[in-house]
Design a protein around this ligand. Structure first.
Ligand SMILES: [Zn+2]
Length: 134
């Protein structure tokens, strides 16, 4: 048995982006799509971006298990369902609300008045911007 060293990069629960962030898709079939994160799934390192990575599900007509009042089995109509599939977090880039460009996310600390009350916040990595994102 081989021991596979967990990669720090792919460690779950370390998403730098969160629900409500505006992001740009940088890989895959929704390349260059810009949308807002509807759901963040830190456990899987994935996000669901509004309008990106749309999958179409086809459902067939099927019979309901419960007979209706007339005694005949009722039919549940099938159809097309379009929905966003989760994207890996590495496939999107946060768009900085200050400079409106896709950016990597850095962290900075705000010193509180008391010791140990430092608060981490996100910053834009563009050297000519550097604004706080949160
Ligand atoms: Zn910026």
């Amino acid at each position: 048995m081989t021991y596979i060293k967990p990669s720090l990069k792919n460690l779950p629960g370390k998403l730098k982006i969160k629900k409500g962030d505006k992001v740009k898709v940088i890989s895959g079939k929704s390349l260059d799509h810009v949308g807002v994160i509807l759901t963040a799934i830190p456990k899987e390192n994935k996000v669901i971006v509004e309008g990106a990575n749309i999958i179409v599900k086809h459902t067939k007509d099927r019979q309901s298990r419960k007979p209706n009042t007339t005694g005949a089995n009722s039919i549940i109509k099938g159809g097309r369902i379009e929905q966003e599939a989760p994207l890996h977090a590495s496939k999107v880039m946060l768009i900085c609300p200050a400079c409106n460009r896709p950016t990597r996310v850095g962290y900075a600390y705000k010193e509180g008045t008391e010791k140990l009350s430092r608060r981490k916040y996100r910053v834009c990595k563009h050297s000519d911007c550097g604004k706080a994102i949160d």
